[in-house]
Design a protein around this ligand. Structure first.
Ligand code: SF4
Length: 315
């Protein structure tokens, strides 16, 4: 299957007064065209930083980003301009990602004007109407401002802006976490419909495993900048191999009272991501940790076809 995006040993470190913060530390994965890779983990695991590095909102410290086989890791702003049409981002908080002084129509027009996509004012208006219809925004809202709309409609504007330039790849950074549960389902359905219609490829970042289950083909689980488990969505939900993934999944509330698994509490201190010590970063919280875990970091290893785990216990 053709890979649209590949990241190889990608790193993003930040200099802090206390040392180097390893936000993303040697991440590897690829996403086939038209598929969705979910990236999950607790807040602070580096998942949002990863998304921002991929779309060049942040520079990579090291590693390689391949887009359609082309190394885009060190392209400058001018070189990225053409590729940016293909690679878009949907943000978590639609309210803060939209300009409060722009109407719905003006927000959608902005990327089209920046790239001079339309030859005339009429063509621009026509294109904005089409995009609004695609994302389920009524035409009567064209002159409304973000504060006059609810969270679901605001996120539809965010999606409309991301779609305006006809992208192939979208990084979705917690796109439904600021929304009510009923609206979350509408936005997820819209995103799945658009993927089917337009052949989009998504990197879907979330802390919410029940959300990612619906939309992802594969899932990557991150812990303090590292990938600790990667597999197809179906296999990951049937059997988790890494102790951290098991704990994360045990925290999902189940409506089936006969099939509720025991919640695994994560005790112990979280390792500092600043100049982290050698060994497994999950060791201080892991109920199965051995002395080896505190001295040697486990490599991400394929333990079954397509199922990768970074744990000394899984070989
Ligand atoms: Fe736990 Fe050791 Fe596996 Fe890390 S390597 S998850 S500490 S058993």
């Amino acid at each position: 299957m053709e890979q649209l995006l590949e990241v190889r040993d990608l790193k993003k470190y930040f200099k802090t007064p206390r040392g180097m913060l390893h936000a993303v530390d040697g991440v590897n994965f690829s996403i086939p065209k038209g598929k969705t890779l979910g990236v999950v983990g607790e807040s602070g695991c580096g998942k949002s930083t990863l998304g921002r590095v991929i779309v060049h909102l942040l520079d990579a410290t090291d590693g390689t980003i391949l887009y359609q086989g082309q190394d885009i890791t060190h392209l400058n702003k001018g070189q990225m301009k053409e590729i940016r049409k293909d690679m878009q981002m949907i943000f978590q908080d639609p309210f803060s990602s939209l300009n409060p002084r722009m109407t719905v129509a003006e927000s959608i027009e902005e990327p089209l004007k920046n790239y001079r996509i339309c030859a005339s004012r009429d063509e621009l208006s026509q294109r904005v109407s089409e995009i609004m219809e695609t994302v389920g925004l009524a035409e009567r809202l064209a002159g409304s401002y973000p504060h006059e709309l609810d969270g679901g409609r605001r996120q539809r504007i965010g999606i409309a802006r991301a779609l305006a330039l006809g992208p192939k790849f979208i990084v979705c950074d917690e796109p439904v976490s600021a929304l009510d549960v009923s609206i979350q389902a509408q936005i997820l359905n819209l995103m799945m419909y658009l993927q089917e219609e337009k052949g989009l490829t998504y990197l879907f970042i979330t802390h919410d495993l029940s959300v990612v289950k619906h939309i992802s083909d594969e899932i990557v689980v991150m812990y303090l900048g590292n990938v600790v488990e990667k597999s197809s969505t179906q296999e990951l939900f049937e059997e988790q191999l890494h102790p951290y993934t098991k704990a994360l999944l045990s925290a999902i509330p189940s409506v089936d009272i006969h099939n509720r698994s025991q919640r695994i509490a994560m005790k112990g201190e979280i390792t500092s991501p600043i100049d982290p010590k050698p060994g497994c970063r999950f060791a201080p919280r892991c109920p199965h940790a051995t002395p080896q875990c505190f001295s040697a970091a486990p490599a991400l290893t394929e333990v079954r076809p397509g199922h990768f785990v970074a744990c000394h216990l899984c070989k």
